[in-house]
Design a protein around this ligand. Structure first.
Ligand code: ISE
Length: 334
């Protein structure tokens, strides 16, 4: 029988996942949704034929729910993750795992005590066919050792509530995971600097931001995150290796040349650019959950990203490099 999925938080991402479970995901069905905005939850529940549960912890505890997708804001993830662990519910938790390293490490330790992996973190770029192909090429050794990553991560625009810290914790966090995953190495130092901000942003928000990640294996990654780019949604990555480079994110669909112009269309937002990645991520998560073995980005991946972002926030305010100190993985995970 189908995996009965509940979605907590039905804003932009949660509603997209709820639709995905109903319309595109084999072996799963949507049974319940929860959101503080009752009207929003009710509208979606009616449209997708799912029960509306006011209290997210009640949805998580419900014996009608086998697995949970957490698409609530980061500041309520810790409490909801502990509830998923307490009730033994496999959970796909949208990034960030939690708001800081300490709470993220608590989640890792609490899950480890259970003796089985229940948490997958929504680092969906690992499932994007372009990123997956790049990793395969780099891992093949054909280009030699990878030395550098150059990342560009642009949103067309974000709500005025999107502050400087969220640019690190909600957006740059993807490049933190991409760097850890492509290099297979931890980030040991982060520096975040900002130019004179764009005038097209709410007062006081430092946008764009430039970051430098230094990794334990000696490699480096630089990132431009610009969340009010105005033109469209654009995520590019170039890996520079000893005998060549690989670039993804140029996919502009059909390139046209007409009327003295050339170019292609840009997607409006991440749900369009990464639709396939989200589809693959959720299908793979359902299949793994049904098999009883979560094999996607782990709570440790979420913790490591939270620790790098916490150091990134410190560097954002000081403008100076900040060392990233992780717990001893062999001690924590035994
Ligand atoms: C959003 O939460 C995402 O995860 C998108 O991938 C990212 O591009 C966007 O900036 C975030 O707000």
């Amino acid at each position: 029988s189908d995996l009965r999925v509940g979605v907590v938080g039905v804003g932009v991402m949660g509603a997209d996942h709820a639709e995905r479970v109903v319309r595109k995901t084999a072996g799963a069905r949507l049974v319940a949704v929860s959101d503080p905005d009752w009207a929003r939850a009710e509208g979606l529940g009616a449209r997708l034929d799912a029960r509306v549960v006011a209290d997210p912890l009640e949805l998580i505890a419900s014996n009608e729910v086998d697995a949970v997708i957490l698409a609530s804001p980061g500041f309520v993830h810790a409490e909801q993750l502990f509830a998923c662990l307490e009730h033994g519910k496999p959970v796909l938790c949208e990034k960030p795992l939690t708001m800081d390293a300490a709470s993220a490490l608590q989640v890792v330790e609490r899950e480890h005590k259970l003796g089985r992996q229940l948490i997958q973190v929504g680092f969906m770029r690992r499932f994007d066919p372009e990123y997956a192909a790049m990793k395969q090429l780099l891992d093949s050794g054909e280009l030699g050792r990878t030395l550098l990553l150059h990342n560009v991560h642009r949103n067309k625009s974000v709500p005025t509530t999107f502050r400087s810290e969220m640019i690190v914790r909600d957006s740059m966090v993807h490049e933190v995971d991409v760097a850890r995953w492509l290099f297979g190495s931890e980030i040991t130092r982060i520096t975040v600097r900002t130019p004179q901000p764009t005038s097209l942003v709410a007062d006081g928000v430092l946008d764009p931001q430039l970051a430098l990640f230094e990794l334990a294996n000696g490699a480096m990654a630089d990132v431009e995150v610009f969340v009010n780019f105005q033109v469209g949604y654009e995520v590019r990555c170039e890996a520079v290796a000893e005998r060549g480079s690989a670039t993804i994110g140029l996919g502009a669909g059909v390139f046209t040349r007409a009327g003295g112009q050339w170019g292609g269309a840009m997607p409006a937002d991440f749900r369009v650019r990464f639709e396939q990645a989200y589809d693959i991520e959720v299908q793979r998560w359902v299949d793994a959950t049904v098999r009883g073995e979560i094999d996607g980005p782990s709570a440790w991946d979420g913790y490591a990203a939270a620790a790098v972002c916490e150091a990134g926030l410190e560097s954002l305010s000081s403008g100076r490099p900040v060392e990233v100190t992780l717990a001893d993985r062999s001690k924590v995970l035994g």
